[in-house]
Ligand binder design. Structure first.
Ligand code: NAD
Length: 266
């Protein structure tokens, strides 16, 4: 898709968790369209500023970086205020940051539960609350929440992750209804396995437990749930985000869209 076709040149896109994986790939996809980019993630401030400078030089856009900790609502509010002061507005919001911890419910550490609910769910409430009035003023906005196939179905040992991802789909639907007359669409993307650092711990555990190579353990993890026997790459999620930002997607709102290699078709 060329810049002219998408018409996104000059829009400001904020992507949480864009120092790694799906968020970073999405930032590249939107920057290629001429969007100004708010980069964010748990990265040292100097490294983050270097990343922002690289984006600015590569794509001839304006950038801003923040390493705000999404477990803290006050930090999120300050982050959004600073981003808006730096780049003027926020037209596209991608709530992408997330963490994982796998353990059975009775042994699941309370602090892990609190962190996962805060980062994977509550942070999206806080960013949306700040950003919707800005979008409503312009009668245009795109909010895309990176949920998961675990927002639609469950797996053992993922109690907090599944609760948060099911929750963010509910949040998506409510905000979509509330914003439908304001030119703002709100959707959730529900990926299956995507090759990023988020799942490397799960692969390591299988490799150790079953004395497998990393690649064999990865294949086993993927095929245990997903008919498509390979992981998606982060950029493919970014391309889907781009489609949802386009005018052709103006009628897609309030949806939880699987991108899961037929996982939930079973
Ligand atoms: N990788 C997969 O298979 C997969 C599948 C479905 C959904 N997802 C979802 O996609 C999203 C991105 O995951 P990913 O796989 O790219 O992971 P990743 O580990 O590569 O990136 C996670 C990002 O979140 C940021 N982050 C983590 N904790 C934070 C905190 N406390 N405050 C601020 N930022 C924080 C990190 O700095 C990083 O930028 C997550 O919401 C994840 O649940 C991933």
């Amino acid at each position: 898709m060329s810049t002219l076709q998408t018409g996104l040149k000059g829009k400001v896109a904020l992507i949480t968790g864009s120092t790694s994986g799906i968020g970073l790939a999405t930032a590249h996809v939107l920057a290629e369209q001429g969007c100004h980019i708010v980069l964010h993630g748990l990265m040292d401030q100097d490294d983050g500023l270097s990343l922002a400078s690289e984006f600015a030089a590569q794509y001839q856009i304006n950038t801003f970086f923040s390493n705000a900790d999404l477990r803290d609502a006050n930090c999120i509010h300050e982050f959004i205020n600073n981003a808006v002061n730096a780049l003027g507005s926020i037209d596209i919001l991608v709530n992408n940051a997330g963490i994982q911890h796998t353990q059975d419910v009775t042994n699941f550490p309370i602090e892990k539960w609190n962190d996962i609910i805060a980062i994977n769910l509550s942070s999206a409430f806080h960013t949306i609350q700040k950003v919707v009035p800005l979008m409503a003023k312009k009668k245009w906005g795109r909010i895309i929440n990176i949920a998961s196939v675990h927002g639609l179905v469950a797996s053992a040992n993922k109690v907090a992750y599944c609760a948060a991802k099911h929750g963010i789909i509910g949040l998506t639907k409510v905000v979509a209804i509330e914003c439908a007359e304001q030119g703002i669409t709100v959707n959730a993307i529900c990926p299956g396995w995507v090759d990023t650092p988020l799942i490397s711990k799960q692969i390591d555990t299988i490799a150790t437990d079953k004395s497998l190579s990393y690649e064999d353990a990865k294949y086993q993890l993927v095929t245990s749930k997903q008919p498509l026997p390979e992981m998606l790459i982060p950029r493919e999620i970014g391309e889907f985000v781009l489609f949802l930002c386009g005018n052709a997607a103006r009628g897609i709102t309030g949806s939880a869209l699987p991108m899961d290699g037929a996982w939930t078709a079973q």
